[in-house]
Write a protein that binds this ligand. Structure first.
Ligand SMILES: Cc1cc2nc3c(=O)[nH]c(=O)nc-3n(C[C@H](O)[C@H](O)[C@H](O)COP(=O)(O)OP(=O)(O)OC[C@H]3O[C@@H](n4cnc5c(N)ncnc54)[C@H](O)[C@@H]3O)c2cc1C
Length: 334
């Protein structure tokens, strides 16, 4: 499938990239291009002008807990410090797509990943024949039982749930009016929101994700990620659950659960976990937590696997992840 025509800019600094985006409202932004280029080949929201982040050195920063948004997933997965300090992140990195895709795909592209839908990621001819979809050409969403004006496309990045349970923050930058950069820092937990089209990621016009900062206490948590996918390699998650526990003398001091691929955004799930503080994560506890999570997720019929199965699998994924976190499973600090 051929890419459509567009003008490509390759700025060589963050400031130049931000300025290029500010000068051309509506311009597309591409990093590794592993998702974006596929969407443009499907003729989904093709811009006339595209700014590439491929040559922006600031995005390749790698200093302790700060990971530049332009770092490739494969290099992070191989990084001995990442594997040692945040093994669950290394695990999730290794579950994205295929080794070849991970050589091009970036951390920033994964967190800013566009939402996906069975009715969207199709050729324009397929969409037109089927009646189109709200996010592509409109006029209505074809997933909801009644044609709706809310897009329910699914966020399907593998890294967000792990970074959510590790308490990550995002460093964002955009062009300032008189030149230079305006920077802000947001919690990853506050970054995704809204529907599948409007502001499913909290980026101001022309804003660039510069880096991901992992929380200072992240190493005090033991974490694990479990993914449901059609094939173990290659496929996007049909459901994903990250769990993390902070242990104190063999008992749960704190517990976090996050999901991906169940909604337009990745989510932290604070409600089901609060009452389990102080426990040893016995089997029945884990079952209760996993059951509560299953009740919370509400997948729709817009990916390959049936929503009832994906919902049921949230319980299974949570159970698998939580069992791996118990001290007896040899997972990390107690
Ligand atoms: C065959 C295949 C299988 C895949 N399987 C998976 C999978 O299992 N799990 C998974 O998580 N992903 C999967 N992907 C999607 C994709 O490869 C990854 O999510 C990847 O990390 C995206 O990074 P990228 O640099 O290629 O992003 P791009 O495609 O360049 O961009 C993705 C989106 O992020 C925005 N963006 C990129 N960088 C920034 C930035 N620094 N600031 C602001 N916005 C930015 C772009 O504008 C675009 O909207 C798959 C892709 C393919 C082709």
């Amino acid at each position: 499938m051929k890419l459509p025509d567009f003008e490509l800019e390759l700025p060589d600094s963050l400031e130049a990239a931000a300025a290029a985006l500010a000068e051309a409202p509506g311009a597309g932004l591409v990093a590794g291009g592993t998702d974006q280029l596929c969407n443009w080949k499907f003729r989904i929201r093709v811009p006339e002008r595209v700014v590439s982040l491929a040559r922006v050195p600031e995005l390749r920063r790698r200093e302790g807990r700060i990971l530049g948004a332009g770092l490739r997933l494969a290099e992070l997965e191989r990084d001995p410090e990442v594997r040692e300090r945040w093994p669950a992140l290394a695990e999730a990195l290794g579950r994205v797509a295929t080794p070849l895709v991970r050589e091009s795909a970036t951390l920033g592209g994964n967190l800013c990943l566009d939402t996906r839908c069975f009715h969207l990621q199709q050729t324009r001819e397929w969409r037109e024949a089927a009646g189109s979809c709200l996010k592509a050409e409109g006029p209505a969403c074809r997933v909801l039982p009644k044609p709706g004006d809310r897009c329910v496309a699914t966020y399907s990045g593998d890294l967000a749930p792990v970074l959510l349970v590790l308490g990550a923050r995002l460093h964002l930058a955009r062009a300032a009016a008189g030149g230079g950069l305006l920077r802000r820092v947001v919690e990853l937990a506050d970054f995704h929101g809204g529907d599948g089209i409007q502001r499913f990621r909290d980026l101001q016009p022309g804003e660039i994700l510069e880096a991901v900062e992992i929380a200072e206490d992240a190493e005090a948590w033991t974490a694990a990620y479990e993914k449901l996918a059609l094939r173990r390699a290659f496929d996007f998650p049909e459901g994903g659950v990250a769990a993390a526990v902070k242990w104190e003398h063999g008992r749960v001091r704190d517990l976090r659960l996050a999901t991906t691929a169940y909604d337009t955004v990745p989510r932290l799930h604070p409600r089901p976990v609060l009452q389990h503080r102080g426990s040893r994560l016995e089997d029945e506890r884990i079952e209760a937590i996993a059951r509560d999570l299953e009740a919370e997720v509400q997948p729709l019929r817009n990916t390959f696997l049936p929503p009832a199965y994906r919902k049921r699998m949230a319980r299974v994924l949570a159970r698998r992840a939580l069992r791996r976190l118990r001290p007896a499973a040899g997972a990390g600090p107690v």
